[in-house]
Design a protein around this ligand. Structure first.
Ligand SMILES: Nc1ncnc2c1ncn2[C@@H]1O[C@H](COP(=O)(O)OP(=O)(O)O)[C@@H](O)[C@H]1O
Ligand SMILES: Nc1ccn([C@@H]2O[C@H](COP(=O)(O)OP(=O)(O)O)[C@@H](O)[C@H]2O)c(=O)n1
Length: 215
């Protein structure tokens, strides 16, 4: 990694709090932030809007090439069905190649970035200065996501959210290309029993230590 650019990788399963943590870390350390899940969501939404099957590689690659990272709108892309569809287009290697290239270019822009996703520490930025694998018990994650949806006026069963999250985790962990797993040098952080502030403090401890020993 370039010495003048700092890269912090945050990976983990669905609704583990990656985005929340990454945004706060970016603010604290004066870095850019990229939610890489949004790029897979944008590809999935383009196919859904066009009525194309999620397995259509040619259409998915064209949609990936058209993704503008700076224009992916979290409000539009946050729907649960889009997350589910995103994990289906995310198994297509040709789509991943296009998006990973854009994500790497973003990471290399000074002063550096916090990227959150599934393969940041393993594939996108294997030389990241700090890697955190953020996880939490599936029921805890489902409850957080369920509360988020209900708070926005959504009406959905907790059991359906838990089933979606478990199915998506299985798909993400078992795909051939860039499966979700902790990088060998990732710091594991389990936030099952931590509120947002405690998880943030724990992450800052990990980052401060790692940056202090950075040559
Ligand atoms: N440590 C935590 N304790 C309680 N709620 C959390 C915690 N971290 C995140 N959340 C909440 O959980 C939900 C999912 O977090 P988010 O950052 O969107 O996760 P991800 O990016 O991994 O999908 C959000 O509503 C967020 O406010
Ligand atoms: N770096 C990434 C980010 C997301 N994804 C895929 O995109 C889907 C949506 O990611 P997301 O981060 O927006 O999902 P949440 O954890 O926010 O629910 C994931 O389930 C993965 O299949 C990926 O394959 N690689």
């Amino acid at each position: 990694m370039q010495q003048d650019v700092i890269t912090i990788a945050i990976d983990g399963p669905a609704a583990s709090g990656k985005g929340t943590l990454a945004r706060r870390i970016a603010q604290r350390y004066g870095l850019n932030h990229l939610d890489t899940g949004l790029s897979y969501r944008a590809v999935a939404k383009a196919l859904l809007d066009a009525g194309q099957p999620l397995e259509d590689e040619e259409a998915a690659v064209a949609a990936a090439k058209a993704v503008d990272l700076s224009k992916a709108d979290p409000e539009v892309l946050s729907a649960n069905e889009i997350g589910e569809a995103a994990s289906k287009v995310a198994v297509i290697s040709a789509v991943r190649r296009v998006l990973v290239e854009k994500q790497r270019a973003f990471a290399q822009t000074p002063p550096g970035a916090v990227l959150d996703g599934r393969d940041i520490g393993t594939v996108v930025c294997p030389d990241a200065d700090v890697k955190i694998y953020l996880t939490a018990d599936a029921k805890v994650r489902a409850e957080r996501r369920w509360r988020e949806i209900v708070a926005k006026g959504g009406n959905v069963e907790f059991a359906a959210i838990l089933a979606d999250i478990e199915q998506r985790d299985r798909r993400d962990m078992n795909r051939v290309d860039s499966p979700l797993k902790p990088a060998d040098d990732a710091h594991l952080l389990d936030s099952s029993k931590m509120d947002i502030d405690s998880a943030f403090l724990a992450a800052c401890g990990i980052i401060d230590n790692a940056l202090a020993s950075r040559k």
